[in-house]
Design a protein around this ligand. Structure first.
Ligand SMILES: [Zn+2]
Length: 596
């Protein structure tokens, strides 16, 4: 399909960024204003212990600088996303990044200065005026770090080493993305084509088995060549994580990483244990795949080819909005009102145009609309993308409506819950209201693939990541052979006997960038499972389920994520929500087995 230029797209299908800043000149004025706000806030350094007024002025003036900084950042990055080849906005982004680094360093005194004041004095400050109560949770969040923060000099020395400590992950990125040479493979039409990290994702899904096998063997021949180097970059990252946890007096890297969101470690262990208890379901799904694909032998490169053809239903964008809105009616008026604002007031950039960023996202800041970027193409999967991003945008909308800036965002731990719950509601709606068995099978498989990729696979990663950190901490050095042996064993355990654990898969650890994100991946799995439980409760009209869920969307950062979810109806320190997800998975697997 020929890419259109922006002036060929009707205005109503484009987003309106003049609602952020009318002109680029306004951007420039606000850019300067961020610097002024930051300078103004920095004058409070050293005054916070004086009295309640100086204490809260320092906090409020630094928040004001960050608030405007975010707005300026969003303008630059969204302008750039519309035409990533435009040098003007690339320049804007570079300038905003430099500004952000400068503001962060100027205002980095706030947290250590708060922690240099006795907790009893801070309590006294909070109780001096009713309006200071607002900051109680914000200060509690900082207070929790007190046992782990060193004195100012020591923290300064550690923070000066940050660049050095992140060099392993940078080396990984450069090696994997620019130095590594991948072999050519032959595509479906017989053409020689270059393999890359990006194109691998497409070729591994090829309906032509020869193509996906060549892609699989090609990618791992390239990574295998440098497996010892990749083991070293990964070891460097693990050592840095362990070192930072150690100097900040955490028992291990995992507890340091998840303490950031105040998540108990049992959440992580429960996830791993519960997934292990239900691996038989993944084995059954893999066996079904083998049967549907009519394979005598199934290999690891047969796990990503679409199991079913996408049904020949098309939704143009206006129909998609209507379809999504219908599935969301369950939430009631307040949610739908937010959806209508987002769908009807030019907050979505719908179609692919020349130079536009690929994929889809929801983005914005406290003082902008919650925009959505799409590359919409009328498919059923695109309807799922729309309802997913709508979930993020309404979450932002309601959080900003009910929370002040200091709590006007939400942690990653809960972010994907708001989007995935919407996808599940659409899944439920399709399953309940469609007669076409082909469509039903496709929808069932869409969900099952989601659990496979998000709950099972990310937990496999989480388990591996934790194993590496603990091994290193206990004095076992990370080597390519050691990592591969463990990964290969884990992989066979996860996927079962129906699939041949090809030797190449043992090297999968070497190419996964998420292992450099410090205990990030488990949140994909917990979020997906929580979303299944929440959407089932609402779809089955459980008493109060919708109100509880809306309460979560409105709470932002005003509470700890684990408490927010508990109030929404999911206790993520227990395993019920995981059991529920596996029960739904099993039910849908049974249904799909019957249909095909
Ligand atoms: Zn998302």
């Amino acid at each position: 399909m020929a890419q259109k230029s922006r002036n060929e797209i009707p205005e109503k299908y484009t987003w309106d960024l003049t609602t952020i800043f009318k002109t680029d000149n306004d951007f420039e004025d606000n850019f300067k204003k961020v610097q002024e706000l930051s300078d103004k806030a920095s004058k409070h350094q050293g005054t916070m212990a004086t009295n309640a007024e100086t204490f809260f002025s320092a906090i409020e003036s630094s928040l004001a600088a960050f608030q405007l900084l975010e707005k300026v950042y969003v303008y630059a990055s969204m302008k750039n996303d519309l035409d990533t080849s435009d040098n003007k906005y690339q320049g804007y982004i570079a300038r905003v990044n430099a500004l952000a680094a400068q503001v962060e360093s100027t205002l980095s005194f706030v947290q250590p200065e708060i922690l240099s004041i006795e907790p009893s004095v801070i309590d006294k400050f909070i109780n001096e005026k009713p309006e200071y109560q607002l900051y109680k949770h914000y200060l509690d969040y900082i207070e929790k770090k007190r046992p782990h923060v060193l004195n100012e000099n020591e923290e300064a020395i550690i923070s000066k080493a940050q660049d050095v400590l992140s060099s392993s992950s940078e080396t990984f990125a450069v090696l994997a993305n620019s130095d590594l040479k991948f072999p050519e493979i032959t595509d479906e039409d017989g053409n020689k084509v270059p393999l890359s990290n990006g194109s691998y994702g497409l070729y591994i899904e090829s309906y032509d088995r020869r193509v996906r096998k060549e892609a699989f063997q090609g990618i791992y021949s390239a990574y295998g060549e440098y497996k010892n180097t990749f083991a070293q970059t990964l070891a460097g990252q693990v050592k840095a994580d362990n070192y930072l946890a150690d100097v900040h007096k955490y028992p291990n890297a995992r507890s340091a990483a998840i303490a950031e969101n105040n998540i108990p470690e049992t959440v992580y262990d429960n996830l791993v244990n519960s997934v292990h208890d239900h691996l038989d379901l993944l084995h059954r799904y893999v066996a079904l795949r083998k049967k549907v694909l009519k394979l005598n032998e199934m290999h690891m490169y047969d796990l990503y080819v679409p199991l079913l053809d996408e049904p020949p239903v098309e939704y143009n964008f206006d129909q998609a909005k209507e379809r999504a809105r219908k599935a969301l009616e369950i939430y009631g008026d307040e949610y739908l009102e937010a959806v209508d604002h987002i769908y009807n007031e030019r907050m979505i950039d719908v179609y692919e145009t020349k130079g536009k960023r690929s994929g889809g996202y929801s983005g914005g800041s406290y003082d902008t609309n919650p925009f959505i970027l799409l590359n919409y193409q009328d498919t059923l999967d695109d309807v799922f993308t729309l309802i997913h991003e709508t979930g993020h945008s309404v979450h932002s909308w309601l959080t900003r409506k009910y929370q002040p800036y200091v709590y006007g965002d939400y942690p990653i731990f809960v972010a994907e819950i708001a989007s995935t719950t919407n996808e599940n509601l659409l899944t439920n709606d399709f399953l309940a209201n469609s007669e076409d068995p082909k469509l039903k099978a496709y929808i069932l498989n869409h969900y099952l693939d989601g659990v496979k990729g998000t709950v099972f696979r990310q937990t496999q990663f989480a388990e591996f990541e934790h194993y590496l950190h603990i091994s290193q901490q206990n004095g076992t050095p990370i080597t390519a052979d050691g990592a591969s042996e463990y990964y290969g064993k884990l992989n066979s355990e996860y996927y079962g006997d129906s699939v041949i654990s090809d030797p190449e898969i043992s090297l999968e650890w070497s190419r996964i960038p998420h292992f450099y994100y410090d205990y990030y991946v488990y949140q994909y799995a917990t979020g997906f499972a929580a979303a299944t439980t929440l959407s089932e409760a609402m779809f089955n009209h459980q008493n109060g389920a919708v109100e509880r869920y809306l309460g979560f969307l409105k709470s932002g950062n005003s509470k700890y994520a684990i408490d927010t979810m508990k109030e929404a109806g999911v206790d993520m320190t227990k395993t019920d929500y995981l059991d529920k997800t596996f029960a739904v998975f099993e039910e849908r697997l049974n249904e799909l087995e019957k249909l095909i």
